[in-house]
Design a protein around this ligand. Structure first.
Ligand code: SF4
Length: 149
């Protein structure tokens, strides 16, 4: 039987790997080769340490827990649109100078918009499916009258 700390490490690693989907407690212990009793103790310990979150879930008529990581490792996608990456002033930017991340409006805007959906763009569709402006053609009555004479 693995030591409890080893089991905690393995369990935490596995739960983190499941991301936002989480994992059923019973599936986790099956995967790690632990008993459900030992597994319950470890998951409670991880929750007490603030490393995972347990949510009650009904599975095939029985209550169990789904385990979610409280923190996920950062991915490259989270910084791919950071303005610093393509900033022409990057080499001169320094917190001890006037050109500083502490006072950069581009960086401040980017940070304040983290987690918000991207603003809709005013794309103008092109090609054959593009709507054509409607022509508002009305009959010119004055022309008709002049022709009736
Ligand atoms: S903090 Fe501002 S000026 Fe500095 S590298 Fe980033 S975007 Fe450029």
């Amino acid at each position: 039987m693995p030591k409890r700390n080893d089991l905690e490490q393995k369990a935490l690693h596995y739960v983190v790997g499941t991301g936002y989907q989480g994992v059923l407690q019973s599936d986790l212990w099956r995967e790690l080769g632990a008993s459900s009793r030992e597994g319950s103790r470890v998951s409670i310990k991880l929750e007490e340490k603030g490393l995972i979150r347990r949510e009650k879930e009904l599975q095939e008529g029985r209550w169990t827990y789904r385990l979610y990581p409280k923190r996920l490792p950062a991915s490259i996608e989270t910084i791919v649109d950071c303005p610093c990456l393509l900033c022409p002033d990057n080499a001169r930017c320094d917190p001890t100078t006037a050109l500083s991340p502490k006072s950069c409006p581009k960086l401040t805007d980017w940070i304040l918009n983290l987690g918000k959906p991207p603003a809709p763009t005013a794309d103008i569709p092109e090609g054959p499916s593009a709507p054509t402006p409607e022509l508002n053609i009305t009959e010119d009555e004055s022309v008709d009258e002049s022709l009736d004479t």
